[in-house]
Design a protein around this ligand. Structure first.
Ligand code: ES4
Ligand code: ZN
Length: 352
């Protein structure tokens, strides 16, 4: 599917992308060399080929195939080459430069601090690298960003809270002296038997600091409808999450999609991620039905380099083609991302 000039030239906002999932094989190769890390691949071609196959990340549904990592194992294995502040800076600058090329004007990338601190990388290397990239990309590429710190939901809740306290002085919101890197918290990694309400304390800490809250409810995940129900009606003292990342299974149940409408909760969808394991004629009608009911959704990439190098523009092209949308409807989807974003009003109006 090639990207049409119309999709390429649309001004875009991206609200669901994991910065670690934008690490290209080329940068990973270079960083391994720079940091004297040996990768389990002899050649760059072998490394590149390893990106082609990853299993569904629900081990309960898969007989595991020896030697082939799950999706999340591949994602965290890639992180191994990220060690110094410059590594995180280079990773972020590469993505933000790519944003400029795709006409993404503003983005809210997720970062997983615990994926690095648990390997012994100091939190300030991660945070200062991203902070410097946030400033430099705005100046050099005119791409603005406000970041989202994710709790790793398959790690202990206390570890996430500790990570939040470490990261807190890089926050925006009402944090005194905060450096303004991130303005929200999220919830990522393996959701298996890890419902959102486990992290209620983390969400309320963040809200008390004036930050926004969002959380993943992965498509097809075990107990997905229960997780979505918690995200809409229970978290944040019953006020609900401000957005839901994925949440496509809400389409199955009227009480859920009505809940999204009533509470004005938008979904950050990543169509290509689902298309890897869902038939075209099942997936895209599902997206269409959500749109027809008036649920607010926007289109995003998730982990582009681990998903066949399909970026936000490729995801938009898929929706345009397979949902059979008009140009006007595509413009509306692009505007939904502006509305759903937590950008300042002047930034929003400069894109809209
Ligand atoms: C992720 Cl649950 C999930 N899915 C895709 N990418 C991710 N990165 C971190 N958690
Ligand atoms: Zn995601």
């Amino acid at each position: 599917l090639s990207i049409s000039p119309f999709i390429a030239s649309l001004p875009k906002v991206e609200l669901h992308v994991h910065i670690e999932g934008t690490l290209t094989p080329a940068l990973r190769w270079n960083l391994a060399e720079r940091n004297n890390i040996s990768l389990p691949y002899e050649t760059f071609e072998e490394l590149k080929a390893s990106y082609a196959v990853t299993l569904n990340h629900r081990p309960e549904l898969n007989g595991r195939q020896p030697g082939i990592p799950t999706f999340l194992e591949a994602y965290f294995a890639g992180c191994e080459v990220l060690r110094t502040e410059d590594d995180f800076y280079d990773l972020a600058m590469a993505y933000l430069h790519r944003c400029a090329e795709m006409n993404v004007r503003y983005t809210e990338p997720f970062f997983d601090i615990q994926a690095h601190t648990r390997r012994g990388v100091p939190a300030n290397a991660v945070l200062n690298g991203y902070l410097r990239a946030q400033h430099d990309a705005e100046k050099q590429f005119n791409v603005k960003s406000q970041w989202i710190m994710c709790f790793l939901r398959d790690e202990a809740v206390e570890d996430g809270l500790a990570a939040y306290h470490e990261a807190r002085s890089w926050a925006a919101g009402t944090v005194k002296g905060g450096k303004g890197l991130f303005h929200a918290v999220g919830l990522a990694s393996n959701a298996y038997e890890r419902p959102p309400m486990l992290f209620e304390e983390g969400f309320s800490l963040a809200r008390a600091d004036g930050l926004h809250v969002t959380m993943h409810c992965d498509f097809g995940q075990k107990d997905t409808h229960d997780h979505i129900n918690e995200a809409i009606f229970e978290v944040c003292g019953g006020e609900g999450s401000e957005r839901i990342d994925h949440g496509l299974d809400s389409e199955d149940r009227e009480e859920l999609w009505r809940g999204l409408l009533e509470r004005n909760i938008g979904l950050t969808l990543c169509p290509h991620a689902y298309h890897r394991r869902t038939a075209t004629d099942v997936l895209f009608p599902k997206v269409r039905r959500l749109l027809e009911r008036g649920v607010k959704v926007c289109i995003n990439s998730d982990d582009p380099t681990l998903m066949h190098d399909v970026w936000i523009d490729g995801n938009m092209q898929k929706v345009y083609t397979y949902c059979g949308l008009t140009k006007t409807e595509m413009v509306q989807l692009a505007r939904n991302a502006v509305d759903m974003s937590w950008a300042k009003d002047d930034v929003k109006s400069s894109i809209y």
